[in-house]
Design a protein around this ligand. Structure first.
Ligand code: NI
Length: 259
């Protein structure tokens, strides 16, 4: 099958997969239209797994980082480990990191501290940073600015759920916007406007699998090959051919991650 899709954010390292389920999933990716996947770490263990998957599969690259939910696990020891993991082969980004004031699984001051330390680490390593931002009320962008992420560094707003105006503000700072499965949900007018108004050259696509399954598979567990349905929806909104959106987001992602 022709390889034309880049899933910029998936969790093949999801702890809910059995080894057999993960092997089967990887086999389905082998046989799909997926050219590349970034397996994104959310804590130290999942970051290690992402590196192992990247070593096992030519289509897989790894991001290593500690999610805001797990910010309280970023001890000094864990931070030193993360620093080492960043230097492993096929690690193409720091992440996911950021702020989540919606679930507040870690205290907000702990989240902000873990976020700042990881931004510095990513910038020092010269790697892109993958951002998870949920209801942080502007703190995410403020901290990125304070830590010197702009201009010039590669920052990805993963699973973007903000307004078109916010997207334009981020792009003016040099950020890249990643669109996930919710774009396919009925009445998601906000994200449809983001896609309509954002130039294709600033967009990536992702699954965030096993979460956020796009239509027509909503209700099932998500997986990287379903990123096709995100690409198809972006194409429909922009009035472009699916193949054109697949090729452009593939090229954008390769440029962003430096592949
Ligand atoms: Ni994620």
């Amino acid at each position: 099958m022709e390889k034309l899709l880049f899933d910029s954010h998936a969790h093949i390292n999801y702890e809910g997969y059995s080894d057999a389920e993960r092997d089967e999933l990887m086999g389905r990716i082998d046989d799909s239209a997926i050219a590349y996947v970034v397996d994104v770490g959310f804590d130290i263990e999942s970051s290690r797994l992402a590196i192992a998957h990247a070593q096992a599969k030519p289509w897989c690259y790894a991001a290593v980082g500690v999610h805001p939910h797990d910010a309280k696990t970023l001890t000094d020891d864990a931070f030193e480990t993360l620093k080492k993991l960043l230097k492993e082969p096929k690690v193409v980004a720091l992440g996911e990191t950021g702020l989540d004031y919606y679930r507040d699984h870690s205290p907000r001051d702990v989240q902000r501290d873990a976020f700042r330390r990881q931004i510095r680490l990513g910038l020092e390593a010269g790697l892109p940073i993958i951002i998870h931002d949920r209801e942080s009320g502007g703190d995410t962008i403020e901290i990125l600015k304070e830590e010197g992420a702009f201009p010039g560094s590669r920052v990805l707003m993963h699973c973007f759920s903000g307004s078109a105006e916010q997207a334009a503000e981020y792009i003016a700072l040099g950020c890249t916007i990643s669109i996930a499965g919710p774009i396919t949900y009925k009445n998601n007018k906000k994200t449809i406007r983001v896609v309509a108004e954002t130039p294709l050259e600033h967009l990536l696509i992702e699954t965030d699998s096993p979460y956020l399954t796009p239509e027509p598979f909503r209700g099932k567990q998500n997986e990287p090959p379903y990123v096709e349905h995100v690409a198809r929806k972006v194409a429909e909104i922009k009035g472009l051919a699916y193949e054109e959106v697949a090729a452009a987001t593939l090229a954008n992602a390769k440029r962003f991650f430096g592949l």
